[in-house]
Design a protein around this ligand. Structure first.
Ligand code: C2E
Ligand code: CA
Ligand code: CA
Length: 392
């Protein structure tokens, strides 16, 4: 365990070139000079003062020190041990980690060349690769740029999965689910690329595309004379919610397309609902415009009931895990019943997702559930098939 502070007197060595990297330091007081050998001469690379870090590079990439640090005056340093740095690095975005590694590598090579040791910058180092850095990160960067390209070339498309009203057996609406037809990998699941898009601002153009295509689909259904016009529910990520303009765009574009605004529904996933005040503000504004909002995947996140009373969702979608287990587990059935009861007592409509068998549907009918969604009702299908279903 490193001491909380270490004091050095003027002229004392903090570490030497070639020393193993045990700790990094934060300068709390005084000055430390960083020195290196160039053409056989000692040269000063930097003078570090209060608030500066030193020795951090060797700790990050586990290579021997490439310079010497000498106290220029009496100074106080706070040691930061390798485990602490490693823990923080492990929690860092792998792309940032890979960039950091690349930069350090480049710096060391430059320094080695300057010292006349070209190509031996990491000699003797155990060369720890940054945890889960390299490969994964590069894959991510590659996938991200391909996704950007897919947005431009139209390789993203929507599938529409029907929701039926159980009592009337009629299709009440569809959920829009995005698909990526990757030229090499084939159909890439949204579970894979939505998370990636959410890590960057790419989710915004993806969301735009989904909104535009959903509105187009409503126009096509209306043109085909489908009456009453089904709703289309679109999934909205937290990043899109933070963008205050989302609702205005939805309203403006729906109106411009000549379809009723209330035929678009928004779905917000419980586990990703980060910011309650934002969600609450959105709910109020949506309701003012007549747009309904569903709480998605209920029961999978923290099911934070403390907030549920304040968030007036119109619909709550019970995650498919409940439908999957309720026929084989008494406890799962008891939970499903309680959740459905809870949703009804909040005056919200209930959708049960993942309904795959007639037996499940019968149970839900008995429990008074309004909507069912799942492979029994219909798989996600292209718009052409949806339209054909209404006109045949
Ligand atoms: P989700 O919103 O919970 O969507 C339902 C997922 O369950 C869909 O997977 C759907 O194909 C699948 N599913 C539907 N019925 C059944 C069934 O009976 N059995 C089984 N085993 N699965 C069923 P998909 O299309 O792969 O989407 C995965 C997730 O990706 C979605 O989960 C949603 O969170 C996200 N997602 C999809 N499209 C979008 C989008 O346009 N925007 C955003 N932000 N997220 C999206
Ligand atoms: Ca959904
Ligand atoms: Ca869901």
């Amino acid at each position: 365990m490193p001491l909380s502070h270490i004091e050095f007197t003027a002229g004392q060595t903090v570490f030497r070139e070639g020393d193993p990297p045990d700790v990094a330091y934060l300068v709390e007081a005084g000055e430390v000079e960083i020195l290196s050998i160039r053409d056989g001469q000692q040269v000063s690379l930097a003078v570090l003062k209060e608030g500066d870090l030193l020795g951090e590079m060797a700790v990050i990439d586990d290579a021997p020190r490439t310079a010497t640090a000498i106290a220029r005056s009496h100074c106080v340093l706070l040691p930061i041990d390798r485990a602490t740095v490693g823990e923080r690095l492990d929690q860092t975005d792998p792309i940032i980690r890979a960039l950091l590694e690349g930069q350090i590598e480049r710096y060391r090579t430059g320094l080695a060349a300057m010292q006349g040791r070209a190509g031996v910058a990491r000699a003797g180092a155990s060369a720890r690769r940054l945890p889960t850095g390299g490969g994964d990160s590069i894959d991510k960067i590659r996938l991200e740029s391909q996704l950007r390209e897919a947005l431009a070339t139209g390789d993203l498309e929507l599938r529409f999965q029907p929701l039926i009203e159980i009592a009337s057996q009629r299709i009440a609406g569809y959920e829009a689910l995005v698909r990526w037809n990757h030229p090499i990998r084939g159909a890439v699941s949204p579970a894979e690329f939505i998370a990636l898009a959410e890590e960057t601002s790419l989710i915004n153009p993806v969301g735009e595309l989904v909104l535009n295509r959903a509105i187009d689909a409503l126009v096509r259904l209306a043109d085909a004379g489908v009456e009453p016009l089904p709703f289309i529910a679109i999934n909205v990520s937290p990043k899109q919610l933070m963008e205050s303009d989302l609702l205005n765009r939805t309203v403006d574009r729906t109106r411009a397309a000549g379809v009723p605004v209330n035929r678009i529904k928004l779905e917000i996933t419980e586990s990703r609902m980060v910011d309650y005040p934002t969600v609450q503000a959105l709910l109020v504004r949506c309701h003012r415009e007549g747009i309904e909002v569903s709480l998605d995947d209920f029961g999978t996140g923290f099911s934070n009931l403390g907030h549920l009373h304040a968030l007036e969702f119109d619909t709550v979608k019970v995650d498919q895990a409940f439908a999957r287990h309720m026929m084989t587990s008494k406890r799962a059935m008891a939970l499903a019943q309680s959740i459905i009861h809870l949703i009804h007592s909040l005056d919200a409509d209930c959708v049960v997702e993942g309904v795959e068998t007639e037996a499940q549907l019968e149970v839900l009918r008995g429990l008074g559930v309004r909507y069912a969604q799942g492979y029994l009702v219909g798989r996600p299908q292209p718009l052409g098939d949806v339209l054909a279903g209404w006109t045949s």
